[in-house]
Design a protein around this ligand. Structure first.
Ligand code: IPE
Ligand code: IPE
Ligand code: MG
Length: 247
């Protein structure tokens, strides 16, 4: 009986993470400035959000700007900040209307005051929404996240509110950016590179990884569906044997 139910169960990811890479190369191929690709990347993001929302994915965590992206030419960094500001202002009402909640993860203290304000307004407006949760990683790094969690834990030990023996995986997890979400089930990276680039190091521990040569501005529902299909065909064993998980 259980076997039948299991067989019929369509394995669908609950939490999907995306490294949206390839905007620059997409524009260069068209002989345009990199900015052009970033702007088109926003359109692709909209498609990804619609797909996730329609398919009842619980959370979508996207990499928008890494802690290492400050190393880019100042002009590109400034333009990305400006784009972030404009897109937040333009899209947040639409997200809200669609019952989508928005959260920014990363060290937002490095952003301008006006961008920080925009971020907190967007989060406040959408925080009680019960549909898809969109987490935007901005000035985010997996190492930053773990370091930040370590500092919080160390403070509690110093205050005497936490004993060293009580530090376990669940406590570390709950001190990280995505504490309230389940682990990543499926991580998609566009742009043809096979690396994590300091994204969610802890939360990706048992994720299925899907890499595609599609450049981010060309990403659409078909690309997303393909990644989900590959995910659905995987046997996730979490350390057990195949016989154990299929019984
Ligand atoms: C990803 O596209 C967007 C950001 C990192 C902000 P890239 O800008 O990295 O595009 P490529 O990798 O240079 O093509
Ligand atoms: C990763 O892309 C970060 C984002 C998509 C925001 P990068 O283009 O910065 O990654 P690397 O530097 O090629 O690894
Ligand atoms: Mg890149």
């Amino acid at each position: 009986m259980t076997v039948t139910t299991k067989a019929l169960e369509k394995k669908f990811p609950k939490h999907v993470a995306i490294i949206m890479d390839g905007n620059g190369r997409w524009s260069e191929k068209k002989g345009k400035h990199r900015v052009f690709g970033h702007k088109h990347g926003v359109k692709a993001l909209r498609k990804a959000i619609v797909f996730a929302s329609e398919h009842k994915i619980e959370a979508l965590t996207i990499f928008a700007f890494s802690s290492e992206n400050w190393r880019r030419p100042k002009e590109e960094v400034n333009m990305l900040m400006e784009l972030f500001f404009t897109v937040l202002g333009r899209e947040v009402k639409k997200l809200h209307k669609n019952n989508i909640s928005l959260k920014i993860i990363g060290d937002v203290s490095a952003f301008s005051d006006r961008l920080q304000k925009k971020i907190s307004n967007a989060e406040a407006l959408t925080e009680n929404n019960t549909g898809l949760a969109v987490n935007v990683a901005a000035n985010y790094g997996g190492r930053w996240d773990i370091t930040n969690a370590t500092q919080q834990i160390a403070k509690q030990v110093k205050d005497g509110t936490l004993a060293i023996d009580d530090i376990d995986e669940s406590l570390v997890n709950n001190s990280l950016s995505l504490a309230e979400f389940s682990d990543i089930d499926l991580m998609i990276r566009t742009g043809g590179d096979y690396r994590i680039s300091n994204f969610l190091l802890w939360q990706l521990a048992y994720a299925e990884l899907y890499f595609t040569d599609v450049l981010w501005p060309d990403f659409n529902a078909d690309t997303f569906q393909l990644a989900v299909d590959v995910f659905s065909g995987k046997e996730r064993r979490f350390g057990q044997t195949s016989a154990q998980v299929s019984s």
